[in-house]
Ligand binder design. Structure first.
Ligand code: ZN
Length: 275
């Protein structure tokens, strides 16, 4: 499933391609035909994300709320000089201007909503580490009162918005925290480290399109971005994600996996022991 950094980059790119235009909105597949008709031809005011949710604002106090779910994709193409761009696959929503075409396929959700409905969605979501105005204390209040494990809590979008399965496993490994620790037993200082690390790591995901968590590579990406260069990435950019059965880079123990909150969690049973 795309994590918050993917949605953030997508909102940025949709904004760049369509803000200030009045795209024709259609539903080639038909399932969003009514919604498309309501927003088509209206000035496109902007695109924004919160966690894994995407919001497109059009003139007239209307928003299109999109959640990609597990398999959804939203691709943006520069339009060739030829007039028609063929529809490939099941396109739920197409935005089209003379310059760009964007196709949404396989989303979990694509609906026209009101400002009140947008506010209700936002109110249900925890702080998003990619947003400068995010308040980590909101997440801490929920974590510190919970008997659920941190492995579960980090996936709960009402606790923290945008973090998914890869960042969850990786950030816990980076701080040697057991994913099986109950939220109420987590120390405030540990939470602060996790939050600050997500605030540091997730923008690198936006910038590179990859989740990079191996420290030497994190430093290299930060340095390249600081110089205004495109960072070169190695094949493996994470410590434990999908590495079950392989030796831990730090201690050589076998990396384990278990389903937690519906997805495979990965961790080192030695480095990340329960305290
Ligand atoms: Zn280890």
């Amino acid at each position: 499933m795309p994590e918050g950094h993917t949605l953030y980059a997508l909102a940025r790119d949709l904004h760049a391609a369509f803000a200030g235009t009045a795209p024709e909105v259609t539903s080639p597949q038909g399932r969003f035909a009514e919604g498309a008709a309501r927003v088509s031809g209206r000035p496109f005011l902007g695109a924004t994300s919160r966690g894994k949710h995407l919001f497109l604002e059009v003139d007239g106090e209307l928003w299109v709320h999109v959640h990609l779910g597990l398999i959804g994709t939203f691709t943006i193409d520069e339009r060739p000089w030829t007039a028609e761009v063929p529809v490939v696959g099941q396109v739920r929503m197409r935005l089209a201007t003379p310059e760009h075409v964007a196709d949404l396929r396989g989303p979990n959700l694509c609906a026209v909503v009101t400002p009140d409905e947008v506010a209700a969605v936002l109110a249900r979501l925890g702080p998003d580490p990619l947003r400068p105005d995010a308040d980590p204390d909101l997440a801490w209040r929920r974590i510190s009162r919970s008997a659920r494990t941190v492995g579960e809590l980090l996936m709960d979008q009402a606790v923290l918005a945008g973090v998914g399965n890869v960042y969850r496993s990786e950030v816990l490994f980076r701080h040697r925290l057991s994913p099986m620790t109950e939220g109420r037993r987590l120390r405030p200082a540990s939470w602060r480290l996790v939050w600050d690390d997500l605030v540091r790591l997730m923008p690198l995901g936006v910038a590179t399109g990859r989740i990079v968590t191996v420290e030497e590579q994190v430093l290299a990406v930060e340095a390249a971005l600081g110089r205004g260069e495109v960072p070169r990435l190695q094949e493996r950019t994470s410590y434990v994600y999908r590495r079950d059965g392989q030796p831990c880079e730090r201690c050589g123990s076998r990396i384990r996996t278990r389903v937690v909150a519906g997805r495979n969690l990965f961790w080192c049973g030695n480095c990340q022991r329960r305290r």
